[in-house]
Design a binder for this molecule. Structure first.
Ligand code: SF4
Ligand code: SF4
Length: 338
């Protein structure tokens, strides 16, 4: 579902903005990595090893960058953005600087309370993307946060009951959660929220434990087939394009041709204001000096941000947009956090 912060009359304005950004070859999606610090303990990401002293170097405003790029979408990410006590101020300033921009927040959810979610929603967050890779204790173990899964599910339910309607699970497809993908979608549908999938890569820190290798390809292909069948029958829950989901098996078989076009439609800006072409590449220059990137012969990941940037405008995208625009009923009962 698309955030109720936006109304149907915004659609032509967004379409005009899309055309304007395309003409000027400006990014559609800008990620603000507001901190690299994190209090989770994921084995597949080293951001949590960032020293606390890095806090002193973090920008105190991303508003100028938001005004400069004024993209279709801005994502607050990290590290764990909720570690920033001034996150509401950062969001409010970006909202003021770029009004016709859809603003999302990626969080592991461990520190997300209804009160903080409401404050961020009122400051200008249009969509909360909460990481959830398993519905059971495997998620708590993978993130190193006891009780995390139950907390996420309870918080989402209370947010929905409070009228916050822009919520998605961010689910990474790994070799050991193939059994969880459809159940996560079904749980999201019950909660009245969406799910966005991305494929695991070991490029972050070389951890191959969750990598889908040759032995796991068939299982992922079957799971993706089930997700596609679900999506065609119930549009508006799975938010990836048909193109991205259906090309995951091709990527795993090494059959996806062409260089990576990252760093053009999508860019990342570090906590100190430096641009990089994708989350896992080295930092380049200051965002004011950004002039775009040449396509690169890299095949290290098939993150959704890579695949979606290269997705063609198919009729199924219009069906997705119509379905995402439909309001879903709030979930009335609030389950207490455990
Ligand atoms: S994957 Fe996310 S939650 Fe895990 S350590 Fe990295 S930034 Fe933190
Ligand atoms: S394939 Fe593209 S998005 Fe992925 S790591 Fe390489 S350059 Fe980055």
């Amino acid at each position: 579902m698309i955030s109720s912060h936006f109304k149907p009359y915004h659609i032509p304005l967004f379409l005009a903005k899309y055309a304007w950004l395309s003409l000027r070859r400006m990014p559609m999606l800008v990620h603000f990595e507001v901190t690299m610090r994190c209090n989770a303990r994921c084995g597949f990401c080293d951001y949590w090893k960032t020293p606390a002293t890095e806090k002193a170097k973090e920008l105190t405003s991303f508003a100028d960058a938001a005004r400069h790029f004024s993209p279709m979408m801005i994502t607050f990410t990290g590290g764990e953005p909720l570690l920033r006590r001034d996150l509401e101020d950062l969001v409010r300033a970006v909202r003021e600087a770029s009004r016709l921009t859809y603003i999302t927040l990626i969080t592991h959810g461990g520190m997300l309370t209804l009160e903080r979610a409401r404050a961020l929603w009122d400051a200008g967050i249009d969509q909360f993307n909460i990481s959830l890779d398993y519905l059971d204790g495997r998620h708590d173990a993978a993130r190193g946060i006891p009780g995390l899964t139950a907390k996420i599910l309870a918080t989402v339910q209370s947010m929905r009951a409070d009228g916050i309607d822009g919520i998605r699970f961010n689910t990474v497809i790994k070799n050991d959660n193939v059994d969880q993908l459809l159940p996560i979608v079904e749980r999201a549908a019950e909660l009245g929220i969406g799910v966005n999938f991305s494929l695991y890569t070991d490029f972050k820190n070389g951890n191959r434990d969750h990598l889908v290798d040759a032995a796991g390809r068939d299982a992922v292909e079957r799971a993706v087939g089930a997700l596609m069948a679900y999506k065609r029958a119930h549009r508006g829950v799975i938010t990836n394009s048909d193109h991205y989901l259906s090309t995951i098996p091709q990527y795993l078989r090494g059959e996806l041709p062409g260089p990576c076009d990252s760093g053009n439609r999508t860019i990342h800006i570090s906590p100190t204001g430096t641009v990089k072409r994708c989350p896992d590449f080295p930092l380049d220059g200051h965002w004011r000096d950004y002039k775009g990137y040449a396509p690169i012969n890299c095949d290290a990941c098939y993150y959704a941000c890579r695949g979606e940037a290269q997705a063609p405008l198919e009729p199924s995208r219009a069906l997705d947009m119509l379905a995402l625009g439909r309001r879903r009923p709030a979930v009335p009962a609030v389950v207490p956090a455990t």
